[in-house]
Design a protein around this ligand. Sequence first.
Ligand SMILES: NC(=O)c1ccc[n+]([C@@H]2O[C@H](COP(=O)([O-])OP(=O)(O)OC[C@H]3O[C@@H](n4cnc5c(N)ncnc54)[C@H](O)[C@@H]3O)[C@@H](O)[C@H]2O)c1
Ligand SMILES: CC1=C(/C=C/C(C)=C/C=C/C(C)=C/C=C/C=C(C)/C=C/C=C(C)/C=C/C=C(\C)C=O)C(C)(C)CCC1
Length: 533
Amino acid sequence: MALNTTGIPPLQFTALDDITAQYNKVRATFRSGRTRDVEYRKQQIRRLYWAIVDNAKLIELALNKDMGKSNFEANISEIDWCKQECLDAVDNLDKWIKDEGIPHMPLQFLAMKPRIRNEPLGVILNIGAYNFPFQLNVTPLVGAIAAGNTFVLKPSEISPHSAMVLKKIMDEALDPDCYVCFNGGIDETKHILEHKFDKIVFTGGKRTGTIIAQKAAETLTPVLLELGGQNPAFITRKGDLKIAARRLMWQKCLNAGQVCLSHNYALVERCVLNKFIEEVKKQYAEMMPQGAKASPDFSRIVNQGHFNRIKKMLDNSRGKIVMGGSMDETDFFIEPTVVLVDDINDSMVVEESFGPIWSIVPFDTLDEAINIANQVDPTPLALFAFGSDAETEKVINSVTSGGATINDGFFHAMLNPSPIGGIGSSGTGNYHGYFSFKAFSHQRSIAKVPTWADKLLRVRYMPYSASELKRHHRISEKKPNFDRNGQLVKGLKYWFAVLLSLGSKNAASFALRWGVLIALAVTLGLKRNSLGL
Ligand SMILES: NC(=O)c1ccc[n+]([C@@H]2O[C@H](COP(=O)([O-])OP(=O)(O)OC[C@H]3O[C@@H](n4cnc5c(N)ncnc54)[C@H](O)[C@@H]3O)[C@@H](O)[C@H]2O)c1
Ligand SMILES: CC1=C(/C=C/C(C)=C/C=C/C(C)=C/C=C/C=C(C)/C=C/C=C(C)/C=C/C=C(\C)C=O)C(C)(C)CCC1
């Protein structure tokens, strides 16, 4: 790739004919079996690792040009992340690739060597979002390579510098017969989608996600959808208000809140409302003493369209701005802004912010807060709870979400090996580390039936024999331990288990009780010995 004075050339769309030709090439290479070789996969991921390291400065530059992302954030949330994904895959692939046993297999079938083999799916298409262009595109790429697939990447055109650097990295580091990057807008993406893929990964908005899922359904292509949502935060009077304010502010300042996982609104117990708002202001002042506009750490909104969308959401609100509120359209700056609302139909609640603005909704009882969250978005991507253990447990059990963190922002998704994914309308499927490997593999069930076992299998052959069936049932039929009312039947087996476990309910009390019993027996034995009995 030729570099101009800024270091990165303007976004160049891939020609439609070229897309088809390169698609045919990666399809043919997959059929050739080249990507089945595990050493080959590891070598490709190692090359990718070094390409990320060697292009780190260019990645920083691209992210800065696309959305004013600071070098610090470019490193912790994109470069370091991608490097870690590569290393995790290379270090663990030999373990991941091994055939897996099948849990709870009845003893009599073990001779059939039942197992699961993770096999590559074929050609994977990844359509990426703009906000974390490296993390959100390289992570699926690593998983797809690790699982033995070929891969087509279509980065978001609204992070054009990042899209060009991603193409450079892939072109320079990876086997071009297997892994390709197509750049383009809607027309190019539509053309790509005319080709048959074995799985489509889409990260982006719900509206586009619906279009992609509909298109994929035409050819029964499975999808992994990473979408957005209205993520709630819960703060009760028993929570640490300072910690809640600090950590929530952090995730709304990271990438100027353009994070699918950040909170859209915070439900705050009314009796601590003013204190919490004061804490939020204090934390903002501490993190950005000269304000966000002057802070070298604060990103800009990616383009005019997203700037207008966020501004409109704020303009349409009937709530009261309690912090921030300033903007500068000339460089797409929007200040971290908090709006106090008392109507859950307010634009600040019902729309996805995907920016540095968020709302606070007061509540009087935790049940009320839970009802509000379930009304606003019953299946958000993430959820955050600050309160006592009992309260946070209640929140987690009463409001579902793709993932959840107690006492922090999206920590559950900051851990490379943890799976990330939505539920319901916030997404389908999950990935990261081993979970990417699984997402891009077919779990193929395999059995090998010994030829010598034919006599044992007599029961299944014609002419069917009632006596053979009776014998078969006698040997292998499992008996239920419950009655017709669904009640547990405390038969011989139950009482034997109680006796053996000494009535313990878990492994720790089992060990303790047996330990005490053995100690007692030993002490008694010693005593008898010393008495010469
Ligand atoms: N769950 C996650 O991991 C995750 C991560 C980042 C962003 N998001 C969500 O993504 C949204 C913001 O990102 P965005 O603006 O890049 O999303 P978007 O839906 O506008 O675009 C995503 C991708 O889809 C392509 N695209 C857009 N319109 C298309 C069409 N009509 N046909 C085919 N392809 C099309 C774009 O080129 C881009 O590559 C937010 O809703 C956010 O919550 C989710
Ligand atoms: C806490 C303990 C310790 C210390 C721990 C330390 C020092 C942790 C440092 C953590 C840092 C610097 C983390 C920063 C990470 C930022 C990340 C990974 C950002 C990720 C962004 C993501 C995933 C965005 C995703 C966006 C999506 C999906 C959509 O838009 C010890 C070790 C000192 C002791 C124990 C306790």
